[in-house]
Design a protein. Structure first.
Length: 259
């Protein structure tokens, strides 16, 4: 996979791995805060390492007022695992290391948030169909189908294979094939729904898909659950569109499929 070569090169440097470890411990840090993890380097040196990590899509950055905050993007690491590790030794690796693939971004009010990015060798129209048609979702979204007329204010429901409602949503905004915003609610869990924003941007022969999951009341059960759940979904969507085949992911028998 040529697209993963920058990630391999970026991970080869121990200083860059230190920066990723620092972001895994606490996401949404400034350059100055990350510099403290590498006091032997100059500020410019840390900046260069962050630029390499951003070019490899292992780190994303967002402006928050006058600050530039950096966030861990675990999707390329998961894609490496899916291609190289899970193919040969997934049960052993999963049992030895439960890697928390979490990208959370905090606003000035410290509201919890997850942000994910993935590049897909497909058109925006194909990505939109994969997000909104059951023919696709049941192959990468834990077997769930999806129902909606995609009008603002209309219900949007993910259904389990037995027909029961898995996730209850409401369409906030639908602008195919560029943007989809909807609420997100697991029945019987949080007191109020959170929000998902899917941004679909053409990038040459690829499409950049950005998922922002926010408006959590706090670090709720849903917030903690989707930290693990979104990464295999995004990896599966990418694999399905690029190869035409579902992504087979193995989990230790004691754990089963994670939420």
């Amino acid at each position: 996979m040529e697209e993963l070569e920058p990630a391999f090169r970026a991970l080869a440097d121990p200083h860059r791995r230190t920066l990723l470890d620092r972001l895994r411990e606490r996401d949404g840090q400034t350059l100055g805060e990350l510099w403290a993890a590498l006091p032997q380097m100059t500020r410019f040196g840390v900046m260069k390492h962050l630029r390499v990590l951003e070019d490899a899509h292992l780190v994303t950055s967002r402006r928050d007022g006058r600050r530039k905050l950096h966030f861990l993007n675990p999707v390329p690491i998961r894609l490496i695992a899916d291609r190289w590790i899970s193919r040969y030794a997934a049960p052993l690796v999963e049992a030895m290391a439960d890697i928390k693939h979490t990208v959370e971004r905090r606003t000035m009010s410290e509201a919890p948030k997850h942000v994910y990015e993935v590049y897909i060798a497909a058109t925006p129209e194909q990505v939109w169909r994969a997000l909104t048609e059951s023919e696709f979702t049941k192959q990468y979204y834990y077997g769930n189908t999806i129902e909606s007329d995609w009008q603002p204010g209309s219900p949007m429901v993910y259904r389990n294979p037995d027909g029961t409602a898995a996730i209850e949503c409401e369409v906030v905004e639908a602008d195919p094939p560029r943007r989809l915003v909807h609420t997100f609610f697991f029945p019987g869990t949080d007191d109020s729904p959170s929000r998902c924003t899917w941004s679909i941007e053409p990038r040459g022969e690829a499409t950049l898909l950005v998922l922002t999951h926010d408006e959590f009341d706090a670090e709720t059960p849903t917030y903690r659950s989707v930290a693990h759940g979104w990464v295999p979904i995004l990896s599966g969507l990418k694999t399905l569109l690029e190869t035409g085949k579902p992504l087979a992911i193995s989990y230790p028998a004691a754990e089963g499929v994670r939420d």
